[in-house]
Design a protein. Structure first.
Length: 106
């Protein structure tokens, strides 16, 4: 029986049996992180086998996953641009919080 490392649910792709999105593994992989680093520094809840399985799934379905990631990015950008129009007060509070955070970093 073949082991499943990635599953589709809730309109997304996930490392099977976890709450870790395939997106997060793929972005770390594309940023040049090794599987070992992804486990040790990003997702210690995962096993090395799960990360290798997720990356293998991505490589085997690259066109499909890249299209999914592109669509998700477009949806996020549309949502991000809609927030100020939908709730200007929230946007103002968020901008103020960002300013305060930047001031504490200086």
């Amino acid at each position: 029986m073949e082991k499943q490392y990635v599953e589709q649910r809730d309109r997304g792709y996930w490392v099977a049996g976890t709450r870790v999105s395939l997106d997060s593994i793929v972005f770390a992989f594309l940023d040049g992180l090794s599987s070992e680093t992804i486990v040790a520094e990003c997702f210690p809840i995962l096993t090395l086998e799960q990360v290798y399985g997720a990356i293998t799934y991505y490589l085997a379905h690259r066109a499909e996953i890249d299209a999914y990631l592109k669509q998700a990015a477009a949806e996020f950008e549309a949502w991000r641009q809609a927030i100020p129009r939908a709730d200007p007060n929230f946007s103002e509070r968020l901008a103020e919080a960002r300013r305060r955070m930047q001031m504490t970093r200086l």
